[in-house]
Design a protein around this ligand. Structure first.
Ligand code: NBP
Length: 487
């Protein structure tokens, strides 16, 4: 093929994400070659490139033709199902690649798989990037948030493309070089964990407003629309308002009420919680959101439990609590509780990133991470600009909770937050995310905790020793002997 007709970049894997990202790249004027194992998807993509464009996109039916159609040094994005399909695709494509070419995996991949593949690619003289892509179908097509990590040289080869293709916000494109190794995948994983937390907190706000406040879907749509004009302005609040407006085409009322209350998941939330445990970082809000997904899956057991406990005499308290409720105040309280809970959830996610960054020497720039999440991705929100500024003020911030601006906001909102959690507890409405955030806040902010008693117990039964507040060293006490002697 003539050098002038070669594509600037290639993309393999033309399901939802790949097809849309390829069209986005072509639309920005970068000639792109595409390939998919099942060739009907190549035809589909070509049809779309023609009807939505025409865009500079060429389709290829074999790995060899595909690779040879790309200009050297080649950059090839892979967007196939994470895990073994990525290895199989790399195997098929790399046979035709040359030293200096780059593989970019855009899937939701486990970061250690990326680190293994970096070594394997390097052994063949290839460069490698693990690039988190957020924003779903819409983001991929019109501007995602991109989190590329791995070879800096490889990043520089595609910098002009990703900066054009990513979502654009007032302070730049939503992409930055994240760091070495699997850092791009790790950051995307924590992004998803934070997304779990956000969705859980919003569902709790909905539960309290609907069941304690007695608000209709129409009321809720209006409230979420209103919230989307203030400090909570975000993609998730916006789409939630829309959800409440959709009527059920198969019956009376709104569709949201007809949806089975069982939540699906694909694994990145679980990985986030596992990593938090591995690194001894408290992430209770994110863990609560994961637990809630597990419990939601036990639909039949929950229906049975409701029956057994009603038979055992459990009374629904919602009605009693709802009587005499000041709806206007409840709505305002829930807004504040949601905001304060969110700050704690983001503090957990950012601290998990920091712990990993220290362990792996990734040197993550937290302000930049908050900036590239401002557009394109599922957690995009006005509030991320405040997080960016908090880390710009102090890159070594111990926790978002102690940034002077966030600290002020937390203090201002804590009375409302406690009222909402208290009300929910007495009404028997579970708000595990809000409770976890509040407990996190109350634990983190207290200079003295009851951990002294836990240390004493550990020393009593396991001679684990303890430290004292008034003198240095490790101490052990014969607790039982002394206690019995003093009787
Ligand atoms: P899927 O995760 O559904 O994967 C489908 C693609 O993988 C198809 O192109 C399929 O080819 C290919 N594939 C499979 Br499956 N096994 C293969 C194999 N052994 N060899 C070659 N190709 C194989 O696609 P997606 O939903 O577009 O997601 C792609 C990646 O992006 C995933 O890692 C996903 O987690 C991530 N992601 C998805 C979203 C989203 O909203 N969907 C958002 C952010 C990130 P075929 O057509 O020949 O079967």
């Amino acid at each position: 093929m003539e050098a002038s007709t070669l594509s600037r970049i290639g993309l393999a894997g033309l399901a939802v994400m790949g097809q849309n990202l390829a069209l986005n790249i072509a639309e920005k004027g970068f000639p792109i070659s595409v390939y998919n194992r099942t060739t009907s998807k190549v035809d589909e993509t070509l049809d779309r490139a023609h009807s939505e464009g025409p865009y500079p996109l060429t389709g290829h039916r074999t790995p060899r033709d595909f690779i040879l159609s790309i200009k050297k040094p080649r950059s090839v994005i892979i967007l196939v199902k994470a895990g073994a399909p990525v290895d199989q695709t790399i195997q098929a494509l790399s046979e035709h690649m040359d030293p200096g070419d780059t593989i970019i995996d855009g899937g939701n991949e486990w970061y250690e798989n990326t680190e293994r593949r970096i070594v394997e690619a390097n052994n063949k003289g290839l460069l490698y990037l693990g690039m988190g892509v957020s924003g779903g179908e819409e983001g991929a097509r019109n501007g995602p948030s991109l989190m590329p990590g791995g070879s800096f040289e490889a990043y520089n080869n595609i910098k002009d493309i990703v900066e054009k293709v990513a979502a654009q916000v007032e302070d730049g494109p939503c992409v930055t070089y994240i760091g070495e190794g699997g850092s791009g995948n790790f950051v995307k994983m924590v992004h998803n964990g934070i997304e779990y937390g956000d969705m859980q907190l919003i569902s709790e706000a909905y539960d309290v407003l609907k069941n304690v406040g007695g608000l209709s879907n129409a009321d809720l749509a209006e409230i979420f629309d209103e919230w989307n004009k203030g400090e909570l302005e975000s993609f998730l609040i916006e789409i939630t308002a829309d959800i409440f407006k959709v009527k059920d085409e198969h019956g009376e009322g709104e569709l949201v009420d007809k949806i089975l209350d069982k939540t699906g998941m694909k694994g990145t939330g679980k990985w986030t919680v596992q990593q938090a445990a591995e690194l001894s970082v408290a992430a209770p809000t994110i863990a609560a959101s994961l637990d809630c997904r597990y419990l939601s899956g036990l639909k039949d057991e929950r229906v049975e439990a409701a029956k057994v406990l009603a038979d055992a005499g459990l009374k629904e308290e919602v009605g009693a609590v709802r009587t005499g409720i000041d709806k206007k105040r409840l709505i305002d309280d829930v807004r504040q509780a949601l905001y304060a809970s969110k700050i704690c959830s983001y503090a957990q996610g950012m601290n998990l990133l920091r712990a990993k960054s220290v362990e792996k020497n990734w040197n993550l720039n937290f302000g930049e991470l908050a900036r590239i999440w401002k557009g394109g991705c599922i957690i995009r929100a006005v509030f991320l600009d405040r997080i960016k500024k908090a880390y710009q003020r102090n890159p070594n911030l111990a926790s978002l909770v102690v940034d002077p601006e966030f600290a002020k906001e937390m203090v201002q909102r804590q009375a409302a937050w406690r009222r909402v959690v208290g009300l929910a507890v007495s009404a028997g409405i579970s708000t595990p995310g809000m409770c976890a955030s509040l407990a996190y806040f109350d634990t983190y902010r207290r200079a003295r905790l009851p951990a002294n008693l836990v240390q004493a117990q550990r020393d009593l039964f396991g001679a684990h020793t303890y430290e004292r507040v008034d003198r240095p060293g490790a101490f052990h006490t014969e607790w039982t002997k002394l206690a019995r002697k003093s009787k």
